[in-house]
Design a protein. Structure first.
Length: 279
């Protein structure tokens, strides 16, 4: 089974003061996806349960030292469970059973050195296998085949592709890496360049933080230097693959899919509204 790397080490400064003590990845959203009635879930639990529902069982969480509450949340607590009753006890029991049937690894990112550095720290966990990368502060609601499964389908059909990206059309280029692409077929593109938060974007696509990688990305990550914000950008490593003439592909969100993003006050407000109606 393909391994999943979930990065959850960002500072969340755009959501202060809430994120002074509470990780942004634990921001609450609404959901009826895994229960009969609407409940409030931490976003990171929703992401994990999405993957579990798609039969993924092997996870690596990359966290910062201020994110211990994440590990606590994902550690079954029998004494707490005994204090519950009714539907809430059933809900937590179901979550704990999923955790007991999963393999979870925790890796520390001691300093906030960027998305690329967070992914690089998972190399020993991943080894030489293909893997999924998913940021812990964003997810996708889908009424059709989930993008994770579509990424894996493309990977099977294109075994020489070193990276497969998920993109969507955007207007705010200050928050996204932007790819230059050539259309191959319906909803499949070859990527010829990626630039992190460009001043003059060459396309109207933004890269979402959900990727399928060959382990080649690790050697590329070791070659890059700190970029914007003095952080190591994953997009720079992908661009390095392209410079080395490696195949990089992209797919896009479908019309019936929504990005859930808790990275800013505005995007969190939108995500609350979307998840209350659709999740």
């Amino acid at each position: 089974m393909t391994k999943v790397v979930i990065t959850s080490a960002g500072k969340g400064t755009r959501l202060l003061p809430f994120t002074k003590e509470m990780p942004k990845e634990m921001m609450p959203i609404y959901s009826k996806a895994f229960t009969k009635n609407r409940v409030v879930l931490p976003l990171l639990q929703y992401i994990y349960e999405q993957f579990f529902s798609m039969d993924f069982r092997d996870y690596c969480f990359v966290v910062g030292r201020e994110k211990r509450s994440i590990e606590d949340h994902f550690t079954p607590h029998d004494a707490y469970l005994k204090e519950l009753n009714g539907d809430y006890k059933k809900l937590i029991t179901k979550f704990y059973k999923k955790l007991e049937n999963s393999h979870l690894v925790w890796i520390n990112q001691n300093k906030p050195l960027g998305f690329g550095d967070a992914v690089k720290r998972a190399e020993r966990y991943v080894g030489n296998e293909d893997f999924i990368v998913h940021a812990g502060d964003v997810t996708i609601l889908s009424k059709s085949k989930h993008p994770v499964l579509r990424l894996m389908d493309i990977a099977k059909k294109n075994p020489d592709a070193k990276a497969i990206l998920l993109c969507k059309k955007i207007k705010d280029f200050k928050r996204y890496g932007v790819p230059t692409v050539n259309k191959i077929s319906n909803n499949l593109f070859s990527v010829t360049e990626v630039i992190e938060k460009p001043d003059k974007p060459k396309s109207n696509f933004g890269i979402l933080p959900l990727y399928y990688f060959k382990s080649d990305i690790f050697s590329s990550l070791k070659k890059i230097k700190a970029g914007k914000g003095k952080e190591f950008q994953l997009t720079d490593a992908i661009q390095n693959l392209i410079k080395e003439k490696q195949k990089v592909l992209a797919i896009t969100l479908n019309r019936n899919e929504d990005e859930i993003d808790v990275g800013t006050v505005e995007s969190y407000k939108n995500s609350q509204e979307i998840t209350f109606k659709k999740a």
